[in-house]
Design a binder for this molecule. Structure first.
Ligand SMILES: [Zn+2]
Length: 143
């Protein structure tokens, strides 16, 4: 039998549109026999995907797509046949998530400073739309 490979796909564990088990099912339905789930910077979907693959008899390769910077270039590196429990990987991913959480907090704090907290009427909304106003960053209620 001819093998059909898909060595790069994403699930809702990162930015994919389907949960890991559904990704596996879709691949199986399309004749894929060897699938690598390579979510961005996470191995969170691999267990679910592995269970789904085992039920279908599909060969799942544990994968990941790591974000990295090298000489001011941002790269995405596909890792195949990884050990999702390896301490170097789990520590690196945890560190990366902590950095992202800190960056998100800083962004949220900056947006919070720009937030307009006064309640707006429908008339206010219309007037403000016509200006160069950071409307998307405003917290408001329409009375
Ligand atoms: Zn990708």
């Amino acid at each position: 039998m001819l093998e059909k490979y898909d060595l790069h796909c994403h699930s809702t564990a990162s930015d994919g549109g389907l949960p890991p088990a559904a990704v596996v099912q879709r691949a199986f339905d399309q004749g894929v026999t060897v699938l690598a789930l390579t979510d961005h910077d996470t191995t969170a979907g691999l267990a679910e995907a592995g269970q789904a693959a085992a039920k279908l008899g599909l060969h799942l390769i544990n994968g990941i797509e790591l974000s990295a910077c090298y000489q001011s270039q941002c790269l995405h590196i596909i890792g195949l046949n990884i050990d999702p429990q390896h301490p170097v990987l789990t520590q690196g991913l945890a560190q990366q998530q902590a950095i992202r959480a800190e960056r998100a907090k800083k962004i949220a704090d900056k947006l919070k400073k720009k937030t307009h907290t006064r309640s707006l009427s429908r008339g206010d909304v219309g007037r403000r739309r016509g200006r160069d106003y950071p409307f998307a960053f405003c917290r408001f209620s329409i009375g």
